[in-house]
Design a protein around this ligand. Sequence first.
Ligand SMILES: *[C@@H]1O[C@H](CO)[C@@H](O)[C@H](O)[C@H]1NC(C)=O
Ligand SMILES: *[C@@H]1O[C@H](CO)[C@@H](O)[C@H](O)[C@H]1NC(C)=O
Length: 357
Amino acid sequence: MFSSTPFVLCFALFLSLPLLFVFGPQILPPTRFSDDLADLALFRKAIRASSAARTRSTLSRLGTATNPKPKIAFLFLTNSDLSFAPLWEKFFHGNRHLYNIYVHADPSVKITPPGGVFQGRFITHAKKTERASPALISAVRRLLATALLDDPLNSYFALLSQHCVPLHSFRFVYKFLFRNTLRLTTMKETLSSPPVPTYQSFIEILSDEPTLVDRYNARGEDVMLPEVPFEQFRVGSQFFTLTRKHALLVLRDSKLWRKFRLPCLNVDTCYPEEHYFPTLLSMEDPGGCTHYTLTRVNWTASFDGHPHLYTPEEVSAELLYKLRESNSSYSYLFARKFTPDCLLPLMEIADDVVFRD
Ligand SMILES: *[C@@H]1O[C@H](CO)[C@@H](O)[C@H](O)[C@H]1NC(C)=O
Ligand SMILES: *[C@@H]1O[C@H](CO)[C@@H](O)[C@H](O)[C@H]1NC(C)=O
């Protein structure tokens, strides 16, 4: 038999729901963007689980010499079909124990799940995404939380879109990301403090963008203050690869998120997802970030905020080699944007060019 008190309480809550619809719009400003209850519950659960997992792994490391290998979580953010699924399938082939895939697909668009490695990897609570709104940030937070919760071995979180393609083999990507991490913590370090990852997030963080002032004021003058002074406002590529520590940092943040989710008054200078992550990470842990992205994009002759879109005629071995080149001591690992019909020419050069390294 159950006590009647919770029942009465539920009933009262149920009755008050219609009141919320009547008075809700008057209480809350209409365009304000906020996390819904399902999102908040997911974020809290991910934060709690990660803290518990960290304690467990610290303890278990004391007893065993054979730690399982870290994994990469590939986070696909899409509002159309995953046209390059066959190419990604080839990329992932043979590495099942080293990665997980998560797809946030806009539910307002009819998307055909590609099956294969993407089978069952569409997250269930995805929401509509659109430009010039904080919806893309929310979608990324949802992906990060899902991946954090799903597998404690997820150690890097690579954000990609349906227009992204790999420029190297999985083995190359894995070795590159974890090249500094396989260093063993000594017994003394493990006992005195939690293990400190020696690896960094790959996220572009820039402060010299010509339209930065307009972008800073997109929500109105001074509204970002005092949490985000202009001197600390940053811009960077929407596509990044974060460490587990930084994925958790993003979920824990509410101070900056409260500001970045304010509606934009000027939608032409509003790209919240290009500012929130670089600003947050550069304020909280600049030394933990490389300040560059691993995803190559061509902004020459960009139009309406969109970069150059590669077509099948442009796809060649030479283009792939060129896209890998950076000005630093690393190679780009991914590139965007490609039209869906680039799949065929890309598949033709996949074995001999893309995955040969
Ligand atoms: C970048 O795009 C421009 C056209 O907008 C093109 O001429 C150029 O070749 C592209 N660069 C690379 C490296 O693909
Ligand atoms: C390298 O630097 C030059 C000059 O600053 C710039 O024009 C070019 O786009 C850069 N290339 C890459 C791949 O970042």
